[in-house]
Design a protein around this ligand. Structure first.
Ligand SMILES: [Zn+2]
Length: 447
């Protein structure tokens, strides 16, 4: 049961994780008794390596390093937490084993350990309380605990409660242990037949905690809940597809609000005003979405998205018109794209690049576009046509709004092509935003 892991073993463990062979690392975590102190140094190394890979300054929040690549992180776990997850999973799987002998021996072992703690025969519910890290009443007694897999599961639960909410219970009716994971909105109760899911469920909850904790930061946490929503926003993290090195070096800093701008540099006494035009605060959203000297680049960034979508609509679906005017309606209302399907159905679509400042920014940008072009749709409906209006919203830091997918499907873009197009659009947008930022700093035109 006990496997000794030396320094090289730990480095190997890291290698397993940083490559895609996570299962090897999981196997080692599951089946080894690794000392906490052994992993403390490894965690430090992983964090500094992760920050170097993502080109983040040391002051950057570490949570991004621990997120999976789908969520925009470097997928380097906090090993201390991962070991705790596996300690609990291992204990649960033994107690839940299909093999009666294994589960009986496991239960007897657990009862023996709890008996040593409370100095009497424990009930099954008291065994669950022991695993929950309960320190009240009889459990308060200091005992010269030997380290067993049960005491390690107890300590692991105690540490993980800081991040995730779950508890062990004993189901008297069925005579088995359950693990309740109180995730919102849908809590999960793991029963013996689903024991294999424990590690994944706890890891997912740990990841949700990292996202929530990062998003609670005023300066670094504005964008994470948006870019972690859709894998297309982070597709380049695995293999760097469609992404230049300079975009890579820009994007993670930008997402964590750590760019070298007058109002975002920490501990600097510099004037926070924009170096161009003197706007009060030179922030990332200001430079990428509001600073007027860059309006030409914004237009190109916007058109790049529009052109990709226009090209994705096959002529067999209908005809596409760009910047189409509707005589008889306010002349200022010129939607980016109008698709007239062969059936006569009309789709009015506008494209917008919004800064991903919390989820509400995307909802607001979409609603703004829908409200703006509603008069056209109402006009068409009065003429007896079937008409719809929607928007394609992309974050200036390459976040894909999941609500775009319904609009693409309605426009007849095939699922297969949409998958590739989303990635291309997110990468295009990041490239434009990086060029705008560098031009802002250096005055050198980047395109
Ligand atoms: Zn400005």
């Amino acid at each position: 049961m006990k496997t000794h892991l030396d320094k090289y073993g730990l480095v190997f463990l890291y290698g397993c994780y940083s490559s895609s062979h996570n299962t090897t690392a999981e196997f080692l975590c599951r089946n080894s008794h690794i000392q906490k102190r052994d992993v403390a140094d490894l965690d430090k190394t992983l964090i500094s390596t992760g920050k170097r890979i993502l080109n983040l300054p040391t002051r950057a929040n570490v949570n991004l390093v621990h997120l999976s690549t789908n969520k925009g992180g470097a997928a380097l776990p906090l090993f201390r937490a991962l070991l705790d997850v596996h300690a609990i999973s291992h204990a649960f799987r033994l107690l839940a084993s299909d093999d009666q002998l294994t589960s009986d021996v496991a239960f007897a072992g657990l009862r023996g350990v709890v008996r040593k703690k409370i100095l009497r025969d424990p009930t099954p519910s008291e065994c669950a309380e022991f695993l929950n890290g309960n320190k009240a009443g009889d459990f308060a007694r200091e005992s010269g605990d030997l380290s067993t897999l049960w005491s390690r599961a107890r300590q692991a639960a105690d540490r993980l409660f800081k991040f995730i909410k779950f508890s062990w219970t004993f189901n008297e009716e069925l005579g088995c242990f359950n693990l309740n994971i109180y995730r919102s909105p849908n809590p999960v109760c793991v029963v013996p037949s689903t024991a294999g899911l424990v590690a994944r469920l706890l890891r997912d909850d740990l990841e949700s905690f990292y996202i929530m904790q990062l998003s609670s930061l005023v300066d670094q946490g504005k964008t994470v809940e948006v870019f972690s929503q859709h894998p297309a926003s982070n597709h380049f993290l695995q293999a760097g597809d469609f992404t230049r090195f300079c975009d890579w070096n820009f994007i993670h800093r930008a997402r964590l609000g750590c760019l070298q701008l007058n109002a975002t540099m920490r501990f600097s006494k510099r004037n926070p005003k924009c170096r161009k035009g003197g706007y009060v605060r030179e922030t990332i959203p200001h430079v990428l979405n509001h600073c007027k000297p860059h309006s030409d680049a914004w237009k190109r960034r916007h058109d790049a998205i529009q052109n990709r979508v226009a090209r994705a609509i096959s002529s067999s679906v209908g005809s596409v018109a760009i910047n189409k005017k509707f005589p008889g309606i306010a002349q200022t209302l010129i939607p980016d794209m109008v698709l007239t399907k062969k059936s006569g159905e009309v789709f009015v679509i506008d494209f917008t690049v919004a800064f991903e400042d919390r989820l509400s920014s995307f909802a607001k940008a979409r609603q703004g576009k829908i409200d703006k072009y509603l008069p056209i749709v109402e006009h068409l409906r009065r003429e007896g046509k079937v008409a719809h209006v929607d928007a394609i919203v992309v974050g200036s830091l390459g976040s894909w709004d999941p609500s775009n997918d319904a609009a693409l499907a309605q426009m007849g873009v095939s699922k297969k092509y949409a998958k590739l197009m989303r990635k291309l659009i997110c990468s295009d947008t990041i490239r434009w935003s990086r060029d705008i930022y560098i031009q802002h700093l250096t005055d050198k035109k980047q395109y």
